[in-house]
Design a protein around this ligand. Structure first.
Ligand SMILES: Cc1ncc(COP(=O)(O)O)c(C=O)c1O
Length: 389
């Protein structure tokens, strides 16, 4: 007999993942007075050196996960800061190479809004509109490139759709034009193979909390090459080779290192488990009318499934599904609800975009969670549909 899942059922892993207990146990070692709490930048005593070793061990773990050299990893507060540092830091430091940046309309806000801030600063941005499958094609990128393009920023895995870009092909075109390639890989670690050398990535944003690590820590991979110079956004003690000042949070960093090492170790097992959960979920909805997948089912990670429920208001469905933690990509303000710009960006009609929910699964999601969520979803849909009939 399978026991009933505890409520609410968490199907919002793309928003954040729980910290793996093994990661939390390691983080505990670097906090209190009887532990290794010292400042890793303290050079005058052994406790500082020991803390530094912990940071360097985590740097190796993160570097190993993406095929980088540890010296290429710069700690940040998350992927948002890493995206800001990559885009603003690179464009400001390389004005003489070009004032033009290429990105897409369905990037995470941390890229979209950063690119808009650069436009205000006088840089020019070309916004690619990806296809219905959420991918930017090599042809689209080629058409957007100019002689003065300094940087291309295209995400590895889209956070609302799960669509996967062909990073290696996009990076190759970027380099043909002499520009530098950045990818936001916050949703990609442990979901798709990442290898900065094979995929020719120059800059890559990473986040711990999408990979069973803690919130508030991330990294920017910065290829060691004389052409890849960044202007710092945060000034101070000159940490991280001057690229990002601020005392390093040993416990957060150790957590990210362990989380990434576990991600690498569990990659296949996690993804097989999750692919089976997505199939179970889709099968359970086969006989429900008016359900459409906004997420592509090919060239997509299985942990993110965005579905539209025709004729049903997404916000009302969210309310009716109080015992299932999911999300809409909508932005609410006091007067109205704006549909997800990502769904609109791939050509989903406004009404259908407003009827959409993102379900995202993870390492700790069980078959019982899926079955129970299906029961609640079917019940909520029939309730809402019969009330509007
Ligand atoms: C694709 C993508 N980029 C960036 C971020 C922001 O990451 P962080 O929360 O580490 O700042 C997220 C998470 O919301 C994301 O999904």
């Amino acid at each position: 007999m399978t026991s009933s899942p505890s409520l609410p059922i968490y199907l919002d892993y793309a928003a954040t993942t729980p910290v793996d207990t093994r990661v939390a146990n390691i983080m505990q070692r670097y906090l209190t007075v009887d532990q290794l709490f010292a400042n890793p930048a303290s050079r005058s005593h052994m406790l500082g050196w020991q803390a530094e070793q912990v940071v360097e061990q985590a740097r190796r773990q993160v570097a190993d996960t993406v095929g980088a050299d540890p010296r290429e990893i710069v700690w940040t507060s998350g992927a948002t800061e890493a995206n800001n540092l990559a885009l603003i830091g690179y464009m400001r430091a390389n004005r003489e190479r070009g004032m033009h940046l290429v990105t897409s309309t369905i990037e995470h806000k941390a890229v979209v809004d950063t690119a808009k801030a650069l436009e205000i600063e006088g840089f020019e941005v070309t916004w690619i509109t990806p296809g219905r499958d959420g991918r930017t094609t090599p042809e689209q990128l080629r058409a957007a490139m100019r002689d003065d393009t300094a940087l291309v920023s295209l995400m590895a895995v889209n956070n609302e759709l799960g669509s996967i870009n062909d990073i290696a092909a996009l990076a190759e075109i970027t380099h043909e034009f002499g520009a530098v390639f950045h990818t936001d890989a916050a949703q990609a670690v442990g979901r798709i193979p990442l290898d900065v050398v094979a995929q020719q990535i120059d800059l890559m944003s990473l986040s711990a909390h999408k990979a069973y690590g803690p919130k508030g820590v991330g990294a920017l991979y910065v290829k060691r090459h004389p052409d890849i110079r960044l202007e710092a956004l945060i000034h101070g003690g000159g940490h991280e080779r001057g690229m990002r000042s601020g005392t390093l949070p040993t416990h957060q960093i150790a957590g990210m290192g362990e989380a990434f090492a576990l991600m690498q170790h569990h990659h296949q097992e996690d993804q097989a488990h999750i692919a089976q959960l997505r199939a179970r979920f889709l099968t359970g909805l086969e006989d429900v009318d008016g359900v459409f997948a906004n997420s592509p089912l090919e060239n997509a990670v299985p942990n993110i499934l965005n579905l539209a429920f025709k004729g049903v208001d997404g916000e009302s469905l969210l309310m009716a599904l109080r015992d299932v933690a999911v999300s809409t990509g909508s932005a609410c303000n006091s007067a109205s609800v704006d549909p997800s710009y990502v769904l609109l960006g791939i050509g989903i009609p406004r009404a259908l975009a407003l009827s959409s929910l993102r379900f995202s699964f993870g390492r700790f999601t069980t078959d019982a969670d899926i079955d129970h969520a299906l029961t609640l979803l079917r019940h909520a849909l029939s309730g809402l549909r019969s009330s509007t009939r």
